[in-house]
Write a protein that binds this ligand. Structure first.
Ligand code: GCB
Length: 651
């Protein structure tokens, strides 16, 4: 029996949107096309942290008015990167408050003179709160460190004989009970122990709160009448793929739209006209996950052409969107992709690396995808926040399935369940769905990780949040990740899939791997008996210092990590025949956290080190994942073309 009362959620949608939550404008990834240009602003920016006592000197002295170097000393700061680990200054590493970034951008003459051109500034991610000025004029503000935002700066750059513009971005990394993730500022007032005005940022999540301009900053152009957004959803009727599309246009009322769908050979397989419609693709190539099919990740291209009549004549805008045709559904005990049972065998990740912190980095990204494919992983969760758009694009391209998680991590205080917090969480889900809705790789939304979902307000909070997410996107299941007791969890009735984290024989019963099988089996049975929903073991693992060896195994040794995983796998192998639909190791790689006696320069539960070198457990997991792939692929014909050389994949 299929679950998912999409109709109910869809009916709720307009109601919620009427409450004023709908976002304005689309957030299409800026791609070049015959009508669109882009200019990356990555590289060195000028930088200053505001160390003044109230952290507000930059505003009092209006540092955005003149070049930053004129108001005081500046540092060179690479973008994209976190600012924390590139320097030698301990105070800057743990700085809390406003930091200021600035750079000049030289603009092509046409951009400043052609009034039919729209110039947009896009910031991939600024953690956490950002204010943006161009040539001293305020152009944008944005809350939330993991999703893009934009400002139309055409008027500013086209208002005079300018060849360049000065972009200033002030960023504040302070977390409060109402931010996502939440945090608190703790003021230490005992002057016998702390200097006057001393405060620290407290957080309830287990990764370092890196900050700065984490993702590419760029300028791009469109015509003044332009394709603002495209929403695509796909379904399948026997052999025919159905692509429903909706196109949103801004900046004009008189226009025509033409759409064409091209296959991977560039052949037009369907076409249509108008702002919404359905394309039918006979004998469609479906988008299949990596290792599930002999030709996974098949992508069509949806070419959209807008022709608009303006005072200056006829203008065109072109945008091409990759489209994967696939379906997702959930039953009482299965997760189905294209109607076939899908088993998640994958990882949880972090955006994290030496020096750059959470800064986007192509070599790191490609290395990570090569490791995922080497491992035979077919999925990951974007623990614990949305990742860069480029990551989602590679998942589409390689067939790596994604559970797309919001930054709802560390929601533990009652204040973080207030209306203010809920309102912000709803907006973040809107921004996330708006950005990632067209990615075939994204098969489920996760609204939070390990909230205190047993607290009284959690019931209403998650009911509303999940309903809203389903209204935004009726085509995907919704979950949140829990570690609470199955009887006390007030959010579980509203999710489609139960995602549960547990650390048997790690955070309790230290060293006693012999209890894992019993405790894990009991966990699964309790959750399934209570909710009759498919279950994913969304985290399990053990801290391991690469190179520590001990036999018989002791905690923190590579042998202990392997032994612990093996105990989990014995139970997973029984329960995956019933209702367990996935296992995601914690974690893909070691990552930085706050300092504490529990963490040895970060969390060491990676199966790879922070430098992406394998621990023993990586080989164990590789053997298991390729074996699982062997058992769960579809159709049961050759999948050999995907095999990496020397892979343990057998036919
Ligand atoms: C968890 C959290 C994750 C932590 C992990 C751990 O349950 O979801 O953020 O890093 O445990 O290693 O403690």
């Amino acid at each position: 029996m299929l679950r998912g009362p999409a109709a109910v959620w869809a009916a709720l949608g307009p109601l919620l949107w009427a409450c004023g939550l709908a976002l304005r404008g689309g957030m299409l990834y800026p791609r070049e096309s015959p009508s669109r240009e882009r200019k990356e602003l990555n590289g060195l920016w000028s930088f200053r942290a505001d160390f003044s006592e109230n952290r507000r000197q930059g505003f009092e002295q209006q540092w955005y008015r003149t070049p930053l170097r004129e108001s005081g000393p500046t540092l060179d700061m690479p973008v994209p990167s976190s600012f924390n680990d590139v320097g030698q200054d301990r105070q800057l590493r743990s700085f809390v408050g406003w930091v200021w970034y600035e750079r000049e951008a030289t603009l092509p003459q046409r951009w400043t003179q052609d009034l039919g051109t729209r110039v947009v500034l896009r910031i991939g991610s600024a953690h956490y709160y950002a204010i943006v000025w161009v040539n001293g004029v305020h152009v944008a503000e944005h809350e939330g460190g993991h999703l893009p935002f934009e400002a139309d700066i055409s008027k500013l750059v086209q208002s005079g004989p300018l060849a360049s513009c000065r972009i200033t971005i002030a960023i504040n990394n302070t977390l409060t009970p109402h931010t996502l993730p939440p945090g608190t500022i703790l003021y230490q007032t005992d002057t016998s122990k702390y200097p006057k005005g001393y405060f620290v940022q407290n957080i309830n999540f287990d990764f370092f709160n890196y900050a700065g301009l984490h993702r590419p900053v760029l300028l791009y152009t469109t015509p003044t009448t332009y394709i603002d957004d495209i929403t695509v959803s796909t379904s399948v009727d026997q052999d025919t793929g159905l692509v429903d599309y909706q196109i949103f246009v801004e900046g004009g009322e008189h226009f025509q739209l033409e759409v064409r769908l091209l296959d991977e050979e560039g052949k037009v397989v369907a076409q249509g006209t108008g702002g919404r419609g359905q394309l039918q693709v006979p004998n469609a190539h479906l988008w299949w996950p990596y290792l599930m099919h002999e030709h996974p990740a098949y992508l069509y291209s949806l070419e959209v052409r807008l022709t608009a009549q303006t005072a200056a004549g006829s203008v065109s805008d072109f945008y091409t969107l990759p489209v994967g045709i696939r379906t997702v559904a959930v039953t009482e005990h299965q997760f189905l992709i294209n109607g076939k049972p899908f088993y998640f065998h994958g990882v949880n990740k972090h955006e994290d690396a030496d020096i750059r912190g959470k800064g986007f980095d192509w070599p790191l990204l490609v290395k990570d995808f090569n490791l995922l494919r080497w491992l035979g992983a077919n999925a990951f969760r974007t623990s614990h926040y949305p990742y860069a758009e480029e990551v989602m694009q590679l998942c589409d391209r390689y067939g790596i399935v994604v559970i797309d998680e919001s930054p709802g991590v560390g929601i533990v205080l009652v204040e973080s369940y207030s209306n203010v917090s809920l309102q912000h969480h709803l907006e973040v889900m809107e921004e996330l769905v708006r950005r990632d809705k067209n990615h075939p790789a994204v098969v489920m939304w996760s609204v939070a990780n390990e909230p205190t979902s047993f607290l009284k307000p959690a019931g209403y909070y998650f009911k509303t949040l999940i309903a809203h997410t389903k209204a935004l996107d009726p085509s995907r299941p919704v979950t949140f990740v829990t570690n609470s007791n199955y009887e006390a969890d007030l959010g579980a009735p509203y999710v489609d899939v139960i995602c549960v984290n547990s650390y048997y024989s790690w955070y309790h019963d230290y060293g006693h791997m012999e209890v894992i099988q019993l405790q894990l089996a009991t966990q699964f049975e309790n959750w399934y008996r209570t909710y009759q929903k498919p279950i994913i073991q969304s985290e399990y693992g053990a801290d391991t210092i690469a190179g520590f060896h001990q036999d018989p195994p002791l905690m923190f040794s590579e042998e202990y990590q392997k032994g612990l995983l093996e105990q989990y796998h014995l139970v997973l192998d029984q329960k995956r025949k019933e209702y367990v639909v996935g296992e995601l190791i914690w974690n893909f790689a070691d990552f930085m956290t706050n300092q504490s006696p529990q963490r040895v320069m970060g969390n060491k539960k990676g199966i790879f080190t922070r430098q992406r070198q394998p621990k023993g457990a990586a080989f164990l997991l590789r053997e298991r994942y390729w074996k699982l792939a062997n058992e769960t692929r579809y159709p049961w014909s050759a999948v050999k073309s995907q095999c990496l050389e020397n892979s343990p994949f057998t036919l």
